[in-house]
Structure formats: structure tokens, C-alpha cells
Design a protein around this ligand. Structure first.
Ligand code: ZN
Ligand code: ZN
Ligand code: FE
Length: 763
């Protein structure tokens, strides 16, 4: 970013104030955007500044949260007619005490890295042309302009010029060329510019790759097939979707069987916001996110349980919903008029498929038909997933629309590469003050995923011409990402998993140490070789300390416990009752299983020690009779969270905190005894779930008091849980602490690479 040359006038900020930083990219230069921002901020009584730079328009505004929300909303609704927003990044920060609002002038500084825009959802102008029978792009599925269309998914090299994109094979016709060369045209230098005469086209293929139809007829026939309940693989922007009528239960089940995906919820694409609102609860922020240029999948509370087939998201009160974001999707959804499952085109756990010939091979056993086109996809980019929590956007999966926009950090960093964790892998690069976090790659469990991981590393290094000084990785010796780092011929810096979580949350919120990090997740390798996951870490200027953790227990069967909450329950009860634990859980194991597990626990073989909060969730789900075996990672914890919807209580279970030992231990055993008693007396699982969540939050408050550090950063997969996060934020605030949580970087392992970069830079 350019250096600011204006001295800051500051006064101590009011406690209730917040600061919002916006980075806006798009056609916002030379269209009266800065004066507009100035007027809007002044009208709302907000202080701060606006600055134009080569990287976009930077805005910081400070004031009452309500006015700030209005400010962001009105940027979109009241902006000058010729302004177009391609991306609007929003981060809520602590106020610094601005005294006025000013238009700042920037001085272009040396550090200028190429900005690569993410893919942008279709703009209103292109949409109008798409459905205008008089327009030459009527029904043309590859319509785009300078304000919208593919970017990251078609760039092969920099600078971003047509010969460096996957559009290079298409020679523009005279009309397109004229638009492209006319500075007054909306398509001036729109690199993917195309029309039916000169651009890519659609084809419908059968499973053998035989072309059944072309152009609009292909789309119509694909729609017809979906109406009949068939599964169609659709080549979109950053990869393939598998699509099927979301109202047709047998069809959705067939997709589950073929994709080998048992119960994990499927995402949906809806034809209109209106229909989304008829089926789900949509608040103002959720609506803004649904309609944003990022156009992610948004998790929404259902209000019409019967609206889609039960097998779309079994026993789940949420639906993952997105709106059409390319002309192809708009045309298809308009033709269908009903919601469809739009899940990534892959076999479970594999990376999304991007090439039509590869798709024929990899998706042959899943899709009945293939709606494909001949615009190559340069790199896979999945749909992003967002949940709105505490009135803000929380990105759970960061890909299309967000990647590869940088996260800005306070101080310039040396050039580093970070390879991330094992699950939900992403990688990151630091270039000056910017950290580029890659798109979601996935769990590094299959050879295909590992290949994608290597491809993305090579790809981002090439794009940014990056020569890292060192590579940062996890401490887990068995992670394939760690092993890859050690094979790289660069100095390796390992960063402990839970420290990386906290650092990523700190970086995003611009927090200075000291910070108390609550780092709660399923699994992470600790410095003592045990599995951590219920950690309270103090991060100081110099180093970090494991201040406290949850009481450890053994996990019989190690990784198998992730799939079987009953094993976590057994580990917890064995810690408390020894062999008697087997009698308490007699109903959930067979005789043979018990014999085997007893051996493991007695001898401590294949029964690693863990402090994992995620596994404690599993144990409680099992003890509450909710679920003994799960079909996907985190299912039991999710279902426990859902149960809290039914009850409103502040009740907590007892627990104890021993200050004497180092690190200090939070002992859950009084809670587990109480839960056993509740289960015995038939207390509802919902009440157990609410009390359990409340207890975890009081545990955080207790440790925060003992640590005496004002700033508390909440990170790790457990903070995808809305009830836990919202309550923790509220309670910590009530007790005088200042809680921080994630916004544009996932709290789960998708954010680890950012933390690794910061950790490695700090040494
Ligand atoms: Zn457009
Ligand atoms: Zn053309
Ligand atoms: Fe983690």
C-alpha cells in the first residue's frame, strides 16, 4: 500500500466506538467516489479518511457501530452511478481516535506488488444484456465486462493481459475488438471479453464425451435432464459443480451414493433472492453477502423445512445457499426456476475437477451428463463459504471471490512461504506488508489433493515471482505439508499449530501482544508430542507460553476417534473411572470392541494423550446419546450446537481450575459427572448441550481472569460454532475483556498458513 503522508490527529477513542477498514476495488477511480465517501462519512458523523492508491480505495471510518453499518450499506446503494465495486473487503478493528474525516493524498512508494483480482460475480449491466433479446449477447453464457467476470481462474501469468489468460486462443471479432479498444466502452481492456461470434461456447456431452447438443440448446437439454432427476456435471468458473434438482429426494440420494458422501450437507444454488427469502431467514448482512461481488455460499437458518429434499442437509437447521454468479448459472437457474444442489465436482475429499476431459474420466461414475465449455480454467477455485456471526461476515472456506486478495499486516515481512496444515489446507506467501493466502486446497488425504497442493505452491510462487527466504510449516512430523516443506531446499521454520491459529487471528485484527489466545480445535501437534486442542496461550513480544489447557485424556484408536465420538467418551470416562468406564458405555460397544479398547487404554498403546476441545465436544455428544459414530468431520459438535437453538439458559456445570500446576489445568471432570447424571435422569439433550456450551465459555472467562490480559483472541475450528463464539464474546466483554475473532480468514485450519507466516517472521 502507498505511504500516507498526512500526520494523524488523534484523541482517545470512546469505548463503544469501532473502526472499520474497507478496501474497495473496481471502477471507483475518477468517478467521484472519494467526494461521495467524504459526504457520506460526514453525514453519518464518522471520522477517518479515504485514500486512493494503485491497490484500490482504502477507507477507515470510526464511530458508533450502527452508523458504521449504515455507512457500508449505503456505499453499495448510494454510490455514484458510474462507480462499480468489484470487491469490498471489510475488517472491524479497534478505534484509534480520529478527530475529523479527510481525503488523504498518497505518495506512490516503491513497494508495489501486482494485484490479482478474484473472480467477480456478473454485474447488473451484463445481466441486462444477457436477457435482452435485442442485444448481441442475448443468452450468451460467457458475457462479462471490466466490472465483472473471471479473473484469478483464467490468469496464467502477469501482467494481466489477454495473451496471459486462458482466453488467448479466442481471437476477438471486430465488434468485440472495438469495445476492447475504446476507452469509453464498458469493455475497455476487459481481458475475457467475448461474444457468441468469437468466444467460448457450451456443449452437452454424454458419459462417453459424445456431443449431444451445442450452444443454448445444450443448456436447455441440461435443464431438461435435471428436471427429470438426472445428475449433470456443469463446468463453471473455477471448476465443476455436480447439479441435481434439490427437491427430488431420490435424485439427491443417488448423488450422495455416487459421490460417496453420506450426510455432509450439500450447497444449493437458488434462482432468486426472493426464493431464498421464502425458504430461509435472511438478515441485512446476509443479504449483502449473498448479493456481493464475492457471491459466496452463505449458511442460512431454514424457515421452510420442506422446501428442499431431506437428503440435501439431513438433520441440519441450516442450508448453504448461493445465488448464480456467472451468466451460465443465471441462464440455467432462470430456465429451471427451482433450487439445485450445486456441490463441487469431485469424489469425496478430492480436489474439484477443472478440465472437461479429466471430468469425463473422474466424474464418469457420478454424472449422467456433462455441460461443458471450451474456456480453460487456469486453476481450481472452489465456492467460498461464509457464516454471519455477531453481525459480521465470518469466512469458513476462503476461495472464489476472496482469494487471492492479500491480508494486510502492520509491518513489512521478509519473503516467506507457508505450507499450512493438513486439513482444509491453504498456503501463503508474504510480499512486504501483504500476505497472499491461497484459495482452499482441501484435506491432504489423497494423491490428487497432494498434487493440487504442489501445483498451487508452484503456481503462486510463479505468479508473484516469489523467492522465499524460508518455508514455514506445522510441527506435526506426519503432515504431508510438513514433509513437503522439508523437501524444499529452504530453511524450515516450524510454527506450533495452536500458536499459528492465534497469530492468524491477531494478524487479521491487527492485535499487538500481549494477547491471550484461546486456541480450540480438534487436533494439533503439541511441543511435548501429545495432541493439543484445548489451549490457552499467552503471546508476548518475545515468544509465547502455554498458560493453561483442558485436562488431558487418552484417545483409544487415535485418529479413529475422529469418526467415533464414543471413543472420545470412553477416553474421558476412563480418565475418571478406570475400568468402570466400560460398564458405563456397555451399550455403545460390542464385547469384542471393549476387549480391544481395554488393552489399548491399559497399555497406553495407540491411545495418544490429548487436550482437544473438539474431542471433548464429541465425548459430550456421545454421553448425551446424540451420536456415537459420525459421517463427516465435526458432525457431532455441529449437532450439539444446533441443539442449543431449542433452549435459552445461562445454567452451567461445575468445573475446576487448578492454578498450582504448570501449565494450569481446567478440569472438566465435575462437568462430566453432572452430564452422566443428567443423561441418567433423562434431562433433554438440548439442555445438556446448552449447559455444556455455557460451561466452556465460563472456563474461558476463568482463565482470562487468571491471565489478566485484556485482549483475548478466539481461534481454531471450535469457533466456527456460532453459539460458542457469540456467547464467549458477550461474556468476555461483560467481564471487562476485549474479545477478538476471525472475519475474512477462517478460524479453522484454512487460516493456519497466515499464522505460520507471521510466526516465522517473528522467529
Ligand atoms: Zn459486467
Ligand atoms: Zn466477439
Ligand atoms: Fe487447528
Amino acid at each position: 500500500m502507498d505511504r500516507v503522508v498526512v500526520a494523524e490527529a488523534l484523541k482517545p477513542p470512546r469505548a463503544s466506538d469501532k473502526r472499520v477498514r474497507l478496501v474497495i476495488r473496481g471502477a471507483v477511480q475518477g468517478v467521484g467516489f472519494r467526494p461521495f465517501i467524504y459526504r457520506l462519512a460526514t453525514e453519518l458523523g464518522l471520522k477517518g479518511w479515504v485514500l486512493n492508491s494503485a491497490q484500490g480505495v482504502f477507507i477507515e471510518v470510526e464511530g458508533e457501530p450502527e452508523a458504521l453499518q449504515q455507512f457500508v450499506r449505503r456505499i453499495e446503494t448510494d454510490k455514484p452511478p458510474r462507480a462499480f465495486i468489484q470487491s469490498l473487503e471489510q475488517t472491524v478493528l479497534d478505534p484509534v481516535g480520529y478527530t475529523a474525516f479527510e481525503i488523504r493524498h498518497s505518495e506512490e512508494s516503491g513497494e508495489k506488488s501486482a494485484l490479482i483480482l478474484p473472480d467477480i460475480a456478473t454485474c447488473p449491466d451484463c445481466l441486462r444484456e444477457l436477457f435482452d433479446p435485442a442485444d448481441r449477447r442475448y443468452l450468451y453464457p460467457f458475457t462479462n465486462c471490466t466490472n465483472c467476470g473471471p479473473r484469478y481462474s483464467i490468469i496464467e501469468a502477469l501482467p494481466y493481459d489477454r495473451p496471459n489468460t486462458t482466453m488467448k486462443a479466442f481471437i476477438m471479432c471486430p465488434l468485440c475488438r472495438e469495445e476492447y479498444e475504446n476507452p469509453l466502452d464498458r469493455r475497455f481492456h476487459a481481458q475475457p471479453n467475448a461474444c457468441p461470434e468469437c468466444g467460448p461456447h457450451l456443449e452437452l456431452w454424454d458419459q462417453k464425451g459424445v456431443c449431444l447438443a451445442k450452444h443454448h440448446e445444450a443448456l436447455l437439454q441440461a435443464g431438461e435432464a435435471m428436471r427429470e432427476g438426472r445428475i449433470v456435471a456443469v463446468k463453471g468458473l473455477g471448476g465443476f459443480h455436480l447439479m441435481v434438482d434439490a427437491r427430488n429426494d431420490p435424485a439427491v440420494r443417488r448423488l450422495r451414493e455416487r459421490k460417496r458422501r453420506e450426510e455432509k450437507p450439500f450447497a444449493l444454488m437458488y434462482p432468486s433472492l426472493q426464493m431464498v427469502k421464502a425458504h430461509c431467514e435472511v438478515n441485512e448482512v446476509e443479504e449483502r453477502v449473498l448479493r456481493s461481488p464475492e457471491s459466496p455460499i452463505v449458511l442460512l437458518r431454514r424457515k421452510e423445512p420442506e422446501a428442499v429434499a431431506p437428503s440435501v442437509a439431513p438433520s441440519n437447521p441450516y442450508l448453504g445457499v448461493m445465488l448464480p454468479y456467472t451468466p451460465l448459472h443465471h441462464l440455467l437457474m432462470c430456465e429451471l426456476g427451482f433450487p439445485v444442489v450445486a456441490t463441487s465436482g469431485n469424489l469425496s475429499d478430492e480436489p474439484i475437477c477443472t478440465d472437461e476431459h479429466e471430468a469425463l474420466h473422474r466424474l464418469a461414475d457420478i454424472a449422467d451428463l456433462f455441460l461443458v465449455h471450451n474456456r480453460p480454467i487456469a486453476r481450481h477455485v472452489d465456492d467460498s463459504v461464509v457464516r454471519v456471526l455477531l453481525g459480521r461476515e465470518l469466512v469458513l472456506r476462503r476461495a472464489r471471490g476472496y482469494a487471492p486478495l492479500p491480508v494486510l499486516v502492520k509491518e513489512p515481512l521478509p519473503p516467506l512461504l507457508a505450507v499450512g496444515a493438513h486439513l482444509k489446507n491453504t498456503v501463503a506467501l508474504s510480499v512486504g506488508r501483504q500476505v497472499f493466502l491461497s484459495q482452499h486446497i482441501g484435506d491432504l488425504e489423497t494423491p490428487q489433493a497432494l498434487q493440487a497442493f504442489r501445483r498451487v505452491i508452484a503456481d503462486v510462487r510463479e505468479l508473484w515471482e516469489h523467492q522465499p527466504q524460508a518455508v514455514a510449516c506445522d510441527m506435526h512430523p506426519d503432515y504431508l505439508s510438513t514433509q513437503a516443506a522439508h523437501g524444499m531446499d529452504l530453511p524450515v521454520i516450524d510454527v506450533q499449530h495452536h500458536v499459528a491459529h492465534v497469530l492468524s487471528c491477531m494478524a487479521e485484527n491487527e492485535l499487538e501482544p500481549p494477547v491471550l489466545g484461546v486456541s480450540w480445535d480438534g487436533t494439533g501437534y503439541g511441543t511435548d508430542g501429545t495432541i493439543w486442542g484445548g489451549e490457552f496461550l499467552i503471546l508476548r513480544e518475545q515468544g509465547w507460553e502455554r498458560f493453561a489447557h483442558l485436562r488431558p485424556f487418552r484417545l483409544p484408536g487415535g485418529d479413529r476417534a475422529i469418526k467415533e465420538p464414543r471413543r472420545s467418551a470412553l477416553g474421558v470416562l476412563y480418565e475418571l473411572f478406570g475400568d468402570d468406564a466400560f460398564d458405563l458405555l456397555a451399550h455403545v460397544f460390542t464385547e469384542g470392541e471393549r476387549r480391544l479398547l481395554r488393552q489399548m487404554l491399559r497399555q497406553g498403546v495407540n491411545a495418544p494423550i490429548t487436550t482437544s476441545a473438539g474431542r471433548l465436544f464429541d465425548a459430550v455428544a456421545s454421553l448425551a446419546g446424540l451420536r456415537q459414530v459420525v459421517r463427516f468431520e465435526g458432525q457431532a459438535a455441529m449437532e450439539l450446537e444446533f441443539l442449543t437453538h431449542d433452549v435459552h439458559t445461562d445454567e452451567v456445570y461445575p468445573f475446576s481450575f487448578s492454578e498450582g500446576s504448570f501449565p494450569r489445568t481446567l478440569d472438566w471432570s465435575p462437568m462430566v459427572r453432572a452430564i452422566l447424571e443428567d443423561a441418567r435422569t433423562g434431562i433433554s439433550a438440548s439442555l445438556v448441550a446448552a449447559r455444556f456450551h455455557n460451561t466452556l465459555v465460563e472456563m474461558m472467562v476463568t482463565v482470562a481472569r487468571a491471565a489478566g490480559i485484556e485482549r483475548v483472541a478466539l481461534s481454531g475450528g471450535c469457533f466456527q460454532n456460532a453459539y460458542l463464539t457469540e456467547r464467549a464474546v458477550r461474556r468476555l466483554g461483560e467481564e471487562g475483556f476485549r474479545p477478538y475473532w476471525h472475519q475474512r480468514v477462517p478460524p479453522n485450519d484454512g487460516g493456519i498458513a497466515l499464522g505460520q507466516i507471521v510466526g516465522a517472521a517473528r522467529g
